[in-house]
Design a protein around this ligand. Structure first.
Ligand SMILES: [Zn+2]
Ligand SMILES: [Zn+2]
Length: 276
């Protein structure tokens, strides 16, 4: 096929096309790798959104008012695998608008993946939102000075035989009142973060609980259960995309313990003593 000037792509246009394709066909969810790292296999077809010439697809995707410079421009091109290049020749289905959207979506996915905001891999976590609020409220200048009324954690600590975490629970249970205010505040902006955070902690506890056959075994392992739930929560903090990068790590650590101790007091972690 003779090269006409609508196919005379500039070096920069080709670099942009391939660089932004992440080596994938632009067709949604097409798994074809365009270029192989093993050999010289090349499945990439440079496809014109508005056609390079009138005869090619006998189509109304040819725009007579376009110049060849516009036809060979990055904006008018997308990379497809051979199958999808043929499939998209169906001009009834694959109009100029459909192909433009396809190109835009594919390239913006590339941007998201490169920035770590991969929609499949990373999501915001409710836990990080709550930590963000605690971090700024507890350690900022606007400390509320109302007295804190927290229930006595002793009964639950003893009932579950918590040993190592006892001092931490005793220390942080005092913040339950403040945390409760923060949960209310978040709820007022119309979100169910508290419910999500507590349910997730409960789920992690239940997974731990499933490792043991009896309450006696749970009691023997109370500290390691608490610590495993803590590790799982750290992983969640790390893996979500709304990490509180502006907070010092110490503030995140303390905030997490405030949340965990509150969850312990609400019996989302470890077992509830029988009511007297
Ligand atoms: Zn084409
Ligand atoms: Zn394809």
């Amino acid at each position: 096929m003779a090269k006409n000037s609508a196919r005379n792509y500039s070096q920069l246009t080709i670099k942009r096309l391939y660089g932004l394709s992440r080596n994938n066909c632009a067709f949604p969810s097409c798994p074809v790798e365009l270029l192989s790292s093993e050999d010289e296999t090349n499945f990439s077809n440079i496809c014109h959104i508005e056609d390079a010439n009138p005869s090619l697809h006998k189509s109304d995707r040819y725009n007579p008012n376009m110049t060849d410079d516009e036809r060979r421009d990055f904006k008018n091109l997308l990379l497809l695998c051979p199958n999808h290049h043929i499939e998209t020749n169906d001009i009834e289905k694959y109009t100029v608008k459909v192909l433009r959207d396809m190109k835009r979506n594919h390239e913006s996915q590339t941007k998201q993946k490169l920035s770590g905001k991969d929609l499949i891999g990373k999501h915001p976590s409710a836990l990080n939102t709550v930590i963000g609020h605690i971090g700024t409220d507890f350690f900022g200048d606007n400390l509320p000075d109302e007295p804190i009324t927290a229930p006595n954690p002793e009964l639950k600590i003893q009932f579950n035989h918590v040993i190592q975490y006892r001092p931490i629970i005793e220390e942080y249970s005092a913040y339950q009142g403040r945390l409760s205010k923060i949960y209310d505040e978040i709820e007022r902006i119309g979100s169910t973060k508290k419910e999500l955070v507590l349910r997730n902690i409960k789920k992690l506890y239940l997974k731990e609980k499933g490792k043991y056959n009896s309450f006696d075994e749970i009691k023997e392992n109370a500290d390691s259960i608490f610590s495993n739930v803590e590790s799982e929560l750290w992983e969640l903090i790390d893996k979500s995309d709304n990490t509180n990068n502006d907070l010092p790590i110490e503030a995140i650590e303390i905030s997490l313990l405030v949340i965990m101790v509150d969850a312990f007091m609400r019996c989302n972690i470890l077992e509830e003593p029988p009511k007297a």
